[in-house]
Each structure stands twice: as structure tokens, then as C-alpha cells.
Ligand binder design. Structure first.
Ligand code: 5GP
Ligand code: ZN
Length: 117
């Protein structure tokens, strides 16, 4: 898809407002507009990547850093000890609606309904 049409690219550029939680040169985290848990944060690369299926070898380091940022947020917001869940929806069968790679970070309650594990 074209970056000009991408909602999350607009959020990165500040054209669409968001409640930012973390930002550096390659990663942005902001609150989900329809939270599915008391804490629901979206962590995204600033580089437009449609979905996990489109990631390249060159993105490995940045995606590793996303997990590190998730841990930092958990530490800062005080839910690292109680735990959290990270979800990446990919493509049609994965239920992805916004075609810009994003990591859902959910916390703040027992997330109960497990799909795996
Ligand atoms: P997906 O279903 O693609 O994995 O998740 C997309 C997520 O983006 C959903 O949880 C949805 O609530 C969130 N979302 C959609 N539009 C906006 C928006 O304009 N602002 C914010 N902060 N989140 C959004
Ligand atoms: Zn985008």
C-alpha cells in the first residue's frame, strides 16, 4: 500500500493525533484507540512495512529492538512483574486491519482467554 494512505504513517508524521508512550528515531509507541485491556499500546516501526510477512532481513535488528522497547515500557509503567501479552496480527487470516506492521502490547489484567499455550 502507499505510505501516503497509511493511517499509522500519518500518526508517525503527526497528521493524525495519538497518545504517544515512547518514541525514538525508528520506533513509535502509542495508545490503541479501542483498548482491549486496561493497557493497550501499539508499538510500530517508523519505516512503513505492510505486515510481518513483508519484513526483510535488514529489519531484524529493529524488530528485536521493538521487543526491548516493549520491556522498557513494561518496566516504566510498572506491569513488567505482573506480565503482559504481545500480539501481531498478520494478513487476512491473522485478522490484520491496519496494514502497517504493529505489535499489540496488552496488560493490566489477567488476559485469560488463551488461543495458544
Ligand atoms: P489490527 O487489527 O490491524 O491488528 O489492529 C489495528 C489496531 O489499530 C486496532 O486495535 C485499532 O483499535 C487500532 N486503531 C485503529 N485506528 C486507530 C487510530 O486512529 N488511532 C489509534 N491510536 N489506534 C487505532
Ligand atoms: Zn505506514
Amino acid at each position: 500500500m502507499r505510505m501516503e494512505d497509511c493511517l499509522f504513517c500519518k500518526i508517525i508524521k503527526g497528521e493524525v493525533p495519538s497518545q504517544k508512550v515512547y518514541e525514538d528515531e525508528e520506533i513509535l509507541a502509542f495508545k490503541d484507540i479501542h483498548p482491549a485491556a486496561p493497557i493497550h499500546i501499539l508499538v510500530i516501526p517508523k519505516k512503513h512495512i505492510d505486515s510481518l510477512a513483508q519484513m526483510q532481513a535488514e529489519d531484524e535488528e529493529m524488530i528485536g529492538k521493538i521487543y526491548h522497547v516493549i520491556n522498557q515500557i513494561a518496566e516504566e509503567q510498572g506491569f513488567k512483574e505482573n506480565g503482559y501479552r504481545v500480539i501481531v496480527n498478520c494478513g487476512k487470516d491473522g485478522g490484520q486491519e491496519v496494514m502497517h506492521l504493529h505489535f499489540h502490547l496488552l496488560a493490566g489484567k489477567s488476559l485469560g482467554e488463551k488461543i495458544v499455550g
